[in-house]
Design a protein around this ligand. Structure first.
Ligand SMILES: [Zn+2]
Length: 334
């Protein structure tokens, strides 16, 4: 048991959705008894997870929720280079690119490796259709082997430091990259895929271990223990594929496999639990949405307020907090 109460933040990536008349959002449609209980007993607010003027995306929203809201556009290349351990020599920039068919369908990792061998040194096939092109200037989009290389816009690395030692449990993804850039201790459990097939029980087990441990011991930066963040990418990936039903089932799995065990352990430890998406992802358009997201904070010292249900429509009148104010540093924690 840790000496001090621990805060736990769960980030269901892209789980908020712009409400449409006559259609339930995933948060409204999903059967989530644990989340409902957190909302009824805790504070339901809205969080400006996408700072004004910045594009909605994980590289921005996750950094903001970790407590280091970016002030300028975050370069996804820097985030992915940190996630996948790609070295960037002085003076060069890692550029994220996607390898896709003309229709936008993603190429395979095998195709990505072939294209990278054509592109030469500095081109890395890091996962699936994802490429990192390490170069001085932004490479141009191009066609190769009947496929399209689409290069993301540039930007700065996410910058820390974080105010509290943070352990981040996630797949090897943008979340991991953000965490490493910001100095969090990053734990990637076996079975974390970043998609709907991810092993959420594995992430819950890692979070419970970090809770029981209370002081990270792998020297990964910060010593861990005071804030535990669990990220999972399933809702975002499903929404990008326009699979509205898969977003709902991802939230139902979150409830049963992640929130239920965490709630019990956090209650026993006298800590706090927050659930907050990093941004919205609209399953109709497949695009990110930067509107304030509904969020809940529950646990020790939290005064119940706001609607008794966590959803975009229920929280529409709730106050909007800055991302770093969702989980203010606990009184007496410092
Ligand atoms: Zn995201």
């Amino acid at each position: 048991m840790p000496d001090r109460p621990v805060d736990v933040l769960v980030i269901p990536d892209g789980a908020a959705q712009p409400p449409r008349a006559g259609v339930q959002t995933a948060l409204e449609a999903a059967a989530t008894p644990v989340l409902d209980e957190l909302a009824a007993q805790g504070a339901v607010v809205r969080v400006a997870s996408t700072p004004t003027g910045l594009p909605a995306g994980s590289e921005t929203g996750i950094a903001a929720l970790l407590g280091a809201a970016p002030r300028q556009v975050v370069g996804r290349g820097w985030v992915d280079a940190a996630a996948y351990g790609v070295e960037v020599p002085e003076g060069l920039t890692p550029w994220r690119a996607d390898l896709v068919y003309r229709s936008g369908r993603r190429a395979s990792i095998r195709q990505a490796r072939e294209v990278c061998s054509h592109l030469g040194a500095g081109a890395h096939a890091v996962a699936g259709h994802r490429l990192l092109l390490v170069d001085r200037d932004r490479p141009t989009d191009r066609q190769l082997m009947g496929l399209h290389v689409r290069v993301w816009p540039g930007g700065a690395p996410a910058l820390g430091p974080l105010l509290v030692p943070t352990t981040l449990i996630c797949a090897r993804s943008a979340a991991a990259g953000c965490g490493r850039l910001l100095g969090a201790r990053v734990v990637v459990p076996a079975g974390a895929t970043g998609d709907v097939d991810t092993d959420l029980r594995g992430k819950a087990a890692a979070a419970l271990a970090a809770l029981a441990d209370g002081d990270g011991d792998d020297g990964g930066g910060g010593g861990g223990g005071e804030r535990i963040v669990v990220h999972f990418g399933a809702p975002d990936e499903a929404a990008h594929r326009h699979e509205a039903g898969s977003v709902i089932s991802a939230l139902e799995r979150m409830d049963a496999e992640l929130l239920a065990p965490l709630r019990d352990a956090i209650h026993a430890a006298g800590g706090r639990l927050a659930v907050c998406p990093d941004h919205g992802t609209d399953p109709v358009t497949g695009l990110h949405d930067g509107a304030p997201v509904p969020a809940v904070l529950w646990g020790a010292g939290v005064v119940p307020r706001g609607p008794r249900k966590l959803s975009e429509r229920a929280a529409a009148g709730a106050p909007v907090l800055a991302a770093e104010d969702l989980l203010p540093v606990a009184a007496g924690a410092a």
